[in-house]
Design a protein around this ligand. Structure first.
Ligand SMILES: NC(=O)c1ccc[n+]([C@@H]2O[C@H](COP(=O)([O-])OP(=O)(O)OC[C@H]3O[C@@H](n4cnc5c(N)ncnc54)[C@H](OP(=O)(O)O)[C@@H]3O)[C@@H](O)[C@H]2O)c1
Length: 292
């Protein structure tokens, strides 16, 4: 019987505490794909996207990742449309620091005035008084990092955000950030076939900082049958996508995967990955079989 979706439990996923705030289950949902091609404009099927969000919460997801830049504005708006008023335990993590000029274009803007405006816009669209986890989407090379991060610290002091996360950073940038303030999560690209951020993951594991691996399924390519995950998938009666996610969950206790999809069927498949237990040998063998 293939592994099918059951509501997530704390035991199945393990949990992670967002700083001094809420505790979330380690398998979350990424909402970037609830948009049009090039992460631009409306999705092809907005009703299915709202169903995906509701089903995610029904299945016990209590960490949803988004950003003002997804659409732009579309992903955050859909989250509010589908889920507001929110369940008490739901953490919506959003981001600021990128602007949009067209499909697939993401110029950074880490200036204080932009970050403030971005945060206010997210608060309005998400209908929140305070954003539990606000992430700097990318360091803007034209703005000193400490100026951008300094703005997030001010927003936290003002009560508009509760906790600060970074995204797309190096170990050196993480350390620079930690010297200024508490950083609760780092969100970098990481999956079985792309482990360029291994050093950042290790730094997060050592310090107990949450690591949110974006692109956990490598746009579905790790979900394809016929690849190096097949053998382990067969042994667990699971799908390759479930093995890719189970590998991430097993890789570190601070790993918080947020697989994204615009389809309920894929969501259910991904959530069921929490029931797949890989042993240490399988975790090592998969890392060797898939050349990063
Ligand atoms: N911080 C950053 O710079 C950054 C950058 C990118 C993403 N992110 C975040 O990370 C999240 C996840 O990243 P991602 O969306 O790029 O990558 P992903 O989750 O690895 O892949 C999503 C893609 O895989 C497909 N997919 C999902 N589940 C599947 C399944 N079970 N079988 C087959 N195909 C499946 C989806 O298509 P369907 O819709 O057809 O299912 C979608 O195209 C995003 O939603 C976003 O929140 C952050």
């Amino acid at each position: 019987m293939p592994v099918t979706a059951e509501p997530l439990t704390d035991e199945a996923t393990g949990t992670f505490r967002i700083g001094d705030g809420p505790t979330v289950r380690r398998l979350g949902f990424g909402s970037m794909r609830l948009t049009g091609p090039g992460i631009w404009g409306e999705p092809e099927d907005p009703d299915e996207c709202r169903r995906v969000l509701r089903r995610a919460v029904e299945l016990g997801v209590n960490l949803i990742d988004t950003a003002d830049a997804y659409g732009p504005e579309v992903s955050e708006r859909l989250i509010a449309e589908a889920l507001y008023p929110y369940p008490d335990d739901l953490v919506i993590a959003t981001k600021g620091g990128l602007t949009r000029t067209g499909p697939g274009q993401w110029p950074p803007d880490g200036r204080p005035e932009h970050l403030r405006e971005a945060c206010e816009g997210s608060l309005r669209r998400l209908k929140l008084e305070r954003i539990e986890l606000y992430q700097l989407h990318r360091v803007d090379p034209k703005v000193p990092f400490e100026v951008s991060l300094g703005t997030l610290i001010e927003l936290r002091d003002e009560g508009k955000i509760a906790h600060i996360g970074l995204s797309n950073v190096s170990v050196a940038q993480l350390e620079q950030g930690l010297a200024m303030t508490e950083i609760v999560t780092v969100q970098n690209r990481y999956n079985l076939s792309d482990r360029a951020s291994e050093d950042v993951l290790d730094a997060c594991t050592e310090r107990g900082i949450g690591f949110i691996p974006w692109f956990p399924l490598a746009t579905g390519s790790l979900a394809q049958p016929g690849g190096p995950l097949d053998e382990v998938a067969r042994a667990h009666d699971a799908t390759p996508a479930q093995i890719a996610l189970a590998w991430l969950l097993a890789r570190s206790p601070i790993m918080l995967p947020i697989p994204g999809t615009s389809k309920v069927a894929h969501l259910e498949e991904n959530i069921a990955a929490a029931q797949v237990r890989l042993d240490d040998d399988e975790v090592r063998a998969l890392a060797q079989a898939v050349r990063a």
